[in-house]
Design a protein around this ligand. Structure first.
Ligand code: ADP
Length: 271
């Protein structure tokens, strides 16, 4: 198998220069005994687009949630960029999170949903409104500020969710299979728009998916995981230039990359 332009030197997995997030020997064992994540070492660098790829149950979400501070490791450490301390003295992590479900407040408009993180931070209302409206425009929802979630399509709700994740302009945006429930055409469009947003806003994107095609289309780097216990099996660079578009999606280069990553995933699952 040709992997010439896909390998990442092993030392970079554990010790590249000045990572934004450092995951060191991290494990997670749940109360019921499940070892969901085992001894993961990962550095996430500024401006990367990284996919965590693997079959269901390999610990992708558990790892992502620990990076977000939603659940702590049972072994190892995670270091993040912070933006000061919150009211209880805890360090505030400079990151946004997008769940698989848009998790919008049904009683609030799109604008009010996106304003929420700003309001919680004590940003005054007029400024919060302005910043939330600008973010909605950036995700392609100008004119939908007053719409309620029930009035929006699945793709539009996910755009609101992404706007909410980015409204504090975090250094890192963590996404947990955000497009899994969408139809293919909407998913492709959101993939394109997410790449454009990432390119413009220059945040670090960490994207959980079990789709080889999606991971290759989006990522600069793919971390392949395997289950029982959940662990990192390969850490690969996707050396195809951005911007990526329909031409890339239908190119022999894309097909080749998908074949290589698919092979890596099979190897990981079989191990
Ligand atoms: P993935 O995101 O790759 O599908 P998860 O991180 O959701 O995988 O789950 C990894 C493993 O941990 C699975 O075996 C899952 O059943 C188990 N798991 C996840 N959350 C919990 C929990 N809260 N309590 C016990 N086991 C859990």
């Amino acid at each position: 198998m040709d992997t010439a332009y896909l390998s990442r030197p092993h030392e970079e997995q554990a010790g590249g220069a000045e990572p934004l997030v450092s995951v060191r020997n991290v494990s997670k064992r749940f109360g019921n005994g499940t070892l969901a994540v085992h001894d993961v070492n990962l550095n996430l660098g500024a401006g990367e687009f990284i996919s965590l790829l693997g079959p269901s149950g390999c610990g992708k979400s558990t790892l992502l949630r620990m990076i977000a501070g939603l659940g702590s490791p049972s072994g190892g450490t995670i270091e993040w960029p912070t933006t000061g301390r919150d009211a209880s003295g805890e360090p505030q992590r400079d990151l946004g999170f997008v769940f698989q479900d848009p998790t919008l407040m049904p009683w609030a408009t799109a604008l009010a949903n996106v304003m929420m993180p700003l309001t919680l931070k004590g940003v005054r209302k007029a400024e919060a409104r302005e910043r939330a409206a600008a973010m909605l425009a950036l995700v392609g929802l100008a004119g939908f500020e007053k719409s309620y979630p029930r009035e929006l399509s699945g793709g539009m709700k996910m755009r609101v969710s992404i706007a909410r994740g980015l409204v504090l302009r975090p250094k890192i945006l963590l996404m947990d299979e955000p497009f899994a429930a969408l139809d293919e055409i909407t998913r492709h469009r959101l993939n394109d728009d997410l790449l454009e947003l990432w390119w413009k806003e220059k945040f670090t994107a960490v994207f959980v998916t079990h789709s080889v095609f999606e991971s290759v289309y989006l990522s600069k780097r793919i971390v392949v995981m395997a289950a029982r216990p959940g662990r990192v099996m390969a850490d690969l660079d996707v050396d195809a230039p951005y911007p990526r578009d329909e031409l890339f999606r239908t190119s022999p280069e894309y097909a080749h990359l998908c074949r290589v990553i698919s092979g890596k995933l099979k190897e990981a699952i079989g191990s």
